[in-house]
Design a protein around this ligand. Sequence first.
Ligand SMILES: CC(=O)SCCNC(=O)CCNC(=O)[C@H](O)C(C)(C)COP(=O)(O)OP(=O)(O)OC[C@H]1O[C@@H](n2cnc3c(N)ncnc32)[C@H](O)[C@@H]1OP(=O)(O)O
Length: 211
Amino acid sequence: MINKLIIIGASGHGKVAADCAEASRRFSEIRFLDQAYPEQKTNAHWDVVAHADEAMKYVASDTLFFVAIGNNAIRAKVTDELLAQHCSFATLVHPSAHVSRHSEIGLGSLICANATVNIASKIGQGCIINTAASVDHDCVLGDFVHVAPGSRLAGNVTVEEQSFIGIGSAIIQGCTIGRRSIVGAGSTVLSNISEHTIVAGSPAKKINNNN
Ligand SMILES: CC(=O)SCCNC(=O)CCNC(=O)[C@H](O)C(C)(C)COP(=O)(O)OP(=O)(O)OC[C@H]1O[C@@H](n2cnc3c(N)ncnc32)[C@H](O)[C@@H]1OP(=O)(O)O
């Protein structure tokens, strides 16, 4: 029986992931690994038990791993390293989230409190659908996308891999956000955004490249 969770990343985001895992009642033991160990030994109510480099010592048939690193590129890298070592991953869904049974959630993703994933949407691996964010019908999110708290994706929105949708943003129906792009906090996206682009404002306009 799988009942232990090892979370890589004892940050603020890590404690949100742990809280979500605890609320799901799937795990009897939740522990962290972090680069800050041994200086950091706790994260909120949970213990940091080892350095992140020691993950392999915790591989066991009753244990799942979860990578709680907010930076999309680093989360992708750490996840890929652990997958290469055949670690088994948890997908965490807070009990207050609404996830349509006709949607798909990729391995290692986090669906936070009060978030919604509506019918026929597909969320990739290692994504974060943060607090009270909503992903409406027929959306497609690539791997390691982060939709920050309170953001709204209308129907048929595509967000390509490793892009970040800033807190409180809105994206109208049918838009595509290219890979590794950033939508600034509180923006309104009315048209497609190219890859590696930072946009902000209402309507959202390019303010920089994201290299
Ligand atoms: C649970 C959690 O905490 S999840 C995390 C949630 N956090 C977020 O959503 C943060 C999102 N980040 C932002 O909005 C940032 O401002 C970014 C990434 C869009 C831009 O950051 P930077 O590249 O550092 O841009 P910088 O701060 O230099 O601003 C450049 C210009 O864009 C403007 N700008 C920056 N962000 C925004 C925004 N969100 N909306 C409107 N204008 C903006 C600035 O005012 C500035 O304008 P100016 O040149 O006229 O002075």
